[in-house]
Design a protein around this ligand. Structure first.
Ligand code: ACO
Length: 355
């Protein structure tokens, strides 16, 4: 029995391959380095969706239909936005997505793919007391998010981020989405399972705490002392360590490159690089037999901060990208027709007789 299911193969997939020993991520035959910064999120989602929907159009039409789906989601959810804005932003987004139809065809998938991109900016603005901004047709997906946030730059970096996190093997949220899809439930149900799993700090909840860590170290002024004390207290350093990678997470470098496109991040980036060096040194000293390296969340935090997202929205932006993978995996799993139903070992051996 293996509590964390490490090394258990629970699905065959054509979607992505996480090569932990080499630090490589392959998405449908393409190394991440060939996609991030080169392909748009729409093109990447189209690649992930191919062969999983009967009526998948060419990539350009797909992008247009995704833009139309953003408008559709805005219309479906706009009346509820004020009350949803009273919830934490991730919970408000999840509640709004639960209202979407629970089908399995392309139009259902497009609405879901569009939903975080529309809902996050709307909820962020509603929470700040600002008027929400409707999506526009004729704009790229990432550029439309920037527009709906009321900002003007960062679209290219956000696009790179969304592509970078679009799929990543059988991570916890993707597995959760596949389990639900294996019951032949609809895509909304699968995506809600993925959203639930992504929220936790050991998965998609880490980048907000990365900013907290950087801010605490900056206020303290002593990186080494702060990191040593944190580890002495038995706490984990957010943005470090990974279940699969036994070397540096390739996504960290893709995001670091995207960060360089911002003029204003220089001092923050240099400070973060310094913290990273001290953290890696401390982790290597304390766990010499365990490879603990920087993971995707460290540079995610810096990139999303530079784009202008508040840190409470970071996990939602992760969902905005990963939802492409969840949807493709859900279809792939459902098409196998096989219910996922593992066994458990009963560890209370006494058979009690009925009173
Ligand atoms: N800081 C300090 N110690 C760590 C860290 C860390 N970030 N990561 C692992 N360790 C230690 C553990 O305490 C453990 O020590 P022990 O054997 O003495 O108990 C050892 O390294 C192995 O850790 P595991 O939890 O078994 O490793 P696992 O593969 O399950 O963990 C995980 C992966 C959950 C990501 C872990 O590294 C972690 O908690 N990191 C911090 C949170 C984080 O950055 N999450 C985002 C992950 S990326 C993503 O999901 C997109």
């Amino acid at each position: 029995m293996n509590n964390g299911l490490e090394d258990v193969v629970a699905a065959e997939t054509v979607l992505s391959d996480v090569r932990g020993a080499e630090g490589q991520l392959i998405i449908r035959g393409h190394p991440l380095s060939a996609l991030a910064g080169h392909w748009t999120f729409e093109q990447t989602a189209h690649l992930l969706f191919s062969n999983f929907f009967d009526d998948l159009p060419d990539a350009m039409t797909f992008a247009t239909r995704l833009a139309e789906a953003r408008s559709e989601v805005f219309e479906i959810t706009r009346k509820q936005l004020d009350s949803l804005a009273e919830l934490p932003v991730y919970d408000g987004m999840r509640a709004a997505m639960a209202m979407l139809p629970d089908g399995i065809v392309l139009s259902d998938a497009l609405r879901l793919l569009a939903a975080p991109a529309v809902l996050l900016p709307a909820l962020i603005r509603a929470q700040a007391g600002d008027a929400v901004i409707a999506p526009t047709v004729g704009t790229g997906h990432a550029a439309d998010v920037i527009h709906m946030l009321g900002r003007s730059d960062g679209a290219k970096a956000l696009d790179t981020y969304l592509v970078t996190v679009s799929d990543h093997g059988l991570n916890a949220s993707t597995f959760a989405a596949r389990v639900v899809a294996s019951t032949q439930a609809g895509l909304t149900s699968s995506v809600l399972a993925g959203l639930g799993a992504l929220k936790g700090p050991l998965h998609g909840g880490a980048p907000g705490p990365v900013i907290d860590m950087l801010d605490a170290i900056s206020a303290n002024g002593d990186s080494k002392g702060w990191i040593d004390r944190t580890l002495d207290d038995g706490e984990r350093l957010m943005g470090f360590g990974h279940r699969i990678y036994r070397t540096r997470d390739p996504r960290a470098d893709a995001l670091k490159t995207a960060l360089l496109s911002f003029d204003h991040v220089g001092p923050r980036l240099r400070f973060a690089e310094g913290v990273e060096r001290v953290a890696l040194d401390a982790l290597h000293r304390r766990k010499p037999d365990r490879v603990l390296e920087t993971n995707v969340e460290f540079y995610t935090a810096l990139l999303l901060e530079a784009v202008g997202f508040p840190k409470r929205a970071f996990t939602g932006v992760f969902a905005m990208g990963r939802i492409a993978g969840w949807l493709a995996h859900a279809r792939e799993q459902a098409l196998t027709g096989r219910l996922i139903r593992p066994a458990s070992r009963y560890v209370e051996p006494v058979t009690r007789s009925a009173a």
